[in-house]
Design a protein around this ligand. Structure first.
Ligand SMILES: NC(=O)c1ccc[n+]([C@@H]2O[C@H](COP(=O)([O-])OP(=O)(O)OC[C@H]3O[C@@H](n4cnc5c(N)ncnc54)[C@H](OP(=O)(O)O)[C@@H]3O)[C@@H](O)[C@H]2O)c1
Length: 323
């Protein structure tokens, strides 16, 4: 494993992190979850990602139990706040009230005294940015969180939040969590250049586009049994964002390129995410131990220039509007 600095902060995260969306405490029962967490930890993964909303707290509960067997200082945990956790008007968003209450609830479910990094899962246009920045600062001063971060925030909003933090003497954003893969390259336009300037790290998610970049989904064929696409309770994002014959065909081209390098499509796709200096870590999801062992190999792979060019041809970079 290799460990990379989280933006300008002194902390180092494994270049592959293990996430829990649709897997730990959802598709995987407690025993299967424990096996994936042990496999990841055994491979050197020191960074785990969850959210209050993943299976309405159940992912946090199961992940917390799995991590309890390791020394607290040996791993870094992110959890998140924003998505609805109940029917009430204050059961969602980034108000100070909801942030404080959900932080307490997450700590209880995880069985922890503090979370390493508390993340705003999405922007909340209904709450003044200063209220959110102050809430994060207050939680940090109470020792309940060490750092704070954002997920899928536009670049300008991160700049505004950091300017407020500077004005009021609060902590700035330590990490951003954007979607990033060969099939979703938009962070290259504004997000990566901005976070580099602001000293914000990036822990990117869905680097395999929910499995589309593993080659397991083949043109003209039904999805494999028990895969993410096979379940109505797991396939919503995959279906909405990536499911097309064209993407399945591109997935097979990726398999071919990977074969030429003596590796797998999943390893190549994740290694491609890690080639960017702005990326601290790629957060993977996994339903099997073998997937973890295959995916962590991404940290060792160096992509030759000619292969990088062919990847750009198959999965073109997005264009800046108007250029
Ligand atoms: N901040 C956010 O808004 C946000 C959003 C989404 C995710 N995340 C975080 O990022 C993590 C990863 O997201 P993701 O699960 O969408 O990532 P992903 O890595 O793109 O997809 C993971 C899924 O692909 C399949 N897979 C993984 N490795 C494979 C391999 N080597 N061969 C074949 N299939 C493989 C598995 O599904 P099957 O075996 O079921 O097919 C696995 O659950 C989440 O757990 C979560 O912690 C954050």
């Amino acid at each position: 494993m290799i460990y990379r600095k989280m933006g300008k902060s002194g902390v180092r995260l494994s270049a592959i992190g293990l996430g829990s969306y649709l897997t730990i405490g959802f598709k995987l029962d407690e025993q299967a979850s424990r096996e994936t967490v042990r496999a990841a930890y055994g491979a050197g993964v020191n960074f785990f990602d969850t959210a209050n909303a993943y299976n309405t707290g159940e992912s946090e509960r199961v992940l917390g139990k799995c991590l309890a067997e390791f020394p607290r200082s040996s791993y870094f945990l992110i959890t998140k706040v924003f998505s609805p956790m109940g029917p009430g008007p204050n059961d969602r968003g980034l108000s100070k009230k909801h942030i404080f209450e959900q932080c307490e609830a997450s700590l209880r479910r995880l069985g922890l005294d503090y979370v390493d990094l508390y993340m705003c899962h999405r922007p909340d246009p209904d709450t003044a940015l200063e209220e959110t920045v102050r809430a994060m600062e207050d939680l940090a001063r109470q020792g309940k969180i060490l750092y704070w971060g954002v997920s899928e925030w536009p670049a300008e909003l991160m700049v505004q939040a950091n300017a407020i933090a500077r004005d009021i003497g609060a902590r700035s954003i330590a990490v951003n969590e954007p979607r990033y893969s060969l099939l979703y390259r938009y962070p290259e336009l504004n997000v990566f250049p901005t976070t580099a300037r602001e000293g914000i790290g990036n822990v990117v998610f869905s680097g395999l586009a929910h499995g589309m970049l593993t080659g397991k989904y083949k043109p003209g064929q039904e999805p494999p049994r028990a895969s993410r696409m096979d379940g109505e309770d797991t396939n919503m994002v995959l279906k909405a964002m990536y499911w097309s014959e064209e993407n399945k065909r591109r997935g097979q081209e990726l398999v071919q390129l990977a074969r030429e390098l003596g590796t797998s499509a999943a390893t190549l796709a994740l290694s491609w995410c890690l080639r960017r200096p702005e990326v601290t870590s790629a957060i993977i999801g996994a339903t099997k131990v073998d997937q973890i062992l295959e995916n962590v190999k991404a940290v060792e792979l160096v992509i030759p220039q000619d292969v990088g060019k062919r990847l750009d041809e198959i999965f073109p970079a997005p264009k800046i509007p108007g250029s």
